[in-house]
Design a protein around this ligand. Structure first.
Ligand SMILES: *Cc1c(COP(=O)(O)O)cnc(C)c1O
Length: 368
């Protein structure tokens, strides 16, 4: 069986380093924040070309804390893509604001800059582009629109560690970027983890307070914060993984380039990276007719697949009716036809060849 993603393979590759890092934290007696978290924050900030990094508990909290630090809450609207992982929307809801969906594009299910302006109202406080599947959203026009309307750009970068937009890393192009270190992400912890990066020193400082009970020192709580701190064991593990990220992303690129060529003549829609983008291929999502049948055929021939995501957020129970009368046909097409093929830093090219062959045979079987 070719698995969809082997999250343990990174540990197999770096076992001595990771074991040593964990033992070092255990022996240090510093189990909350401290030097291991600071060291990782510095390394990650410089990797994503941002001035500041604040480690938090997970990716969802990273988004929520950015919103709260910007004072966005009840009565405010935040523009989100109509198709994304539901966490993007949930962050807005947990901050007390209202997610306002806009249509995505056909090439990569990314928020359409043209659709943003029409959704802006006097209540709009931010737009939240998602660098979905590891491909950066088109930030220049998005930042331009946001600048003209004086709203924030909060990047959901949970799937795009190391991606570049017009030559520069994703990390501080907008107001702030939120990261997840969920184990399956391009840079994954061995548990939960997250971070905020930004060039705005005051914003970083506010999030630093918010993540730790609003505390600037013992018994001092000027703002009502939460407990959402990056764990030092996770920080120490990721400090070992970070120097491998570039090579791991290059391997993902090789797999993606292979799929794009090997599947080019088949009756499926392949992802279309923009020429200004250097995506990091968190996922390789194709679109095809009768997706569930193709997935089942692949499973029977020993190929596991994923689906990101079969239900648009506004059709989830949590958001029933949230889109109102609006409809988002491109977002719905992604939900109806998307199928994610195996991709990852440790997937053998020979296995990717078997995946491509299996897709070809399954489609021929379907056509006959
Ligand atoms: C993973 C993910 C998140 C949430 O991250 P967690 O660490 O699981 O909370 C948010 N947005 C997107 C697009 C994601 O893929």
């Amino acid at each position: 069986m070719i698995s969809f993603l082997d999250v343990k393979a990174a540990y197999d590759e770096l076992r001595p380093e990771i074991d040593r890092a964990i033992a070092r934290v255990c022996a240090s007696g510093r189990y909350i924040l401290g030097p291991e978290v600071e060291r990782f924050e510095d390394a990650f900030a410089s990797h994503v070309e941002a001035a500041h990094c604040v480690g938090v508990g997970n990716g969802l909290d990273a988004l929520v804390l950015i919103l709260r630090a910007l004072g966005i809450g009840p009565g405010d609207e935040v523009i989100v893509p109509a198709q994304t992982f539901v966490a993007t929307w949930l962050a807005v809801s947990w901050a007390g604001a209202t997610p306002v969906p806009v249509e995505v594009d056909t090439d990569g299910a990314l928020i359409s800059p043209e659709a943003i302006e029409a959704a802006i109202t006097p209540r709009t406080k931010a737009v939240m582009p998602v660098h979905l599947f590891g491909h950066p959203a088109d930030l220049d026009p998005i930042c331009d629109i946001a600048g003209r309307h004086a709203i924030a750009v909060i990047e959901d970068a949970a799937q795009a560690h190391g991606a570049r937009y017009k030559g520069k890393r994703i990390g501080a192009r907008g107001t702030a970027a939120a990261w997840s270190f969920y184990p399956a992400k391009n840079l994954g912890a061995m548990g939960d983890g997250g971070a905020v990066t930004t060039d705005d020193a005051a914003l970083a400082e506010r999030i630093r307070l918010l993540r730790n009970y609003g505390s600037a020192g013992k018994h001092v709580h000027q703002i009502a914060g939460v407990n959402s701190r990056l764990d030092p064991i996770q920080a120490a593990i990721m400090a070992e993984k970070l120097p491998r990220l570039e090579a791991w992303n290059s391997h993902r690129r090789r797999i993606a380039a292979f799929y794009l060529e090997a599947l080019a003549d088949l009756p499926v829609d392949l992802p279309k990276p923009a020429d200004w983008a250097e995506p990091v291929w968190h996922l390789f999502a194709i679109r095809c007719a009768r997706r569930d049948r193709l997935a089942e055929r692949l499973r029977r021939t020993g190929v596991a697949t994923g689906c990101h995501y079969p239900v648009v957020p506004y059709r989830q129970g949590a958001y029933a009716g949230a889109a109102g009368a609006a409809s988002f046909p491109i977002a719905e097409d992604w939900a109806a036809r998307c199928l994610s093929l195996p991709i990852g830093p440790h997937l053998e090219l020979a296995d990717a060849e078997r995946v491509a062959d299996a897709v070809r045979s399954a489609l021929q079987e379907a056509g006959s």
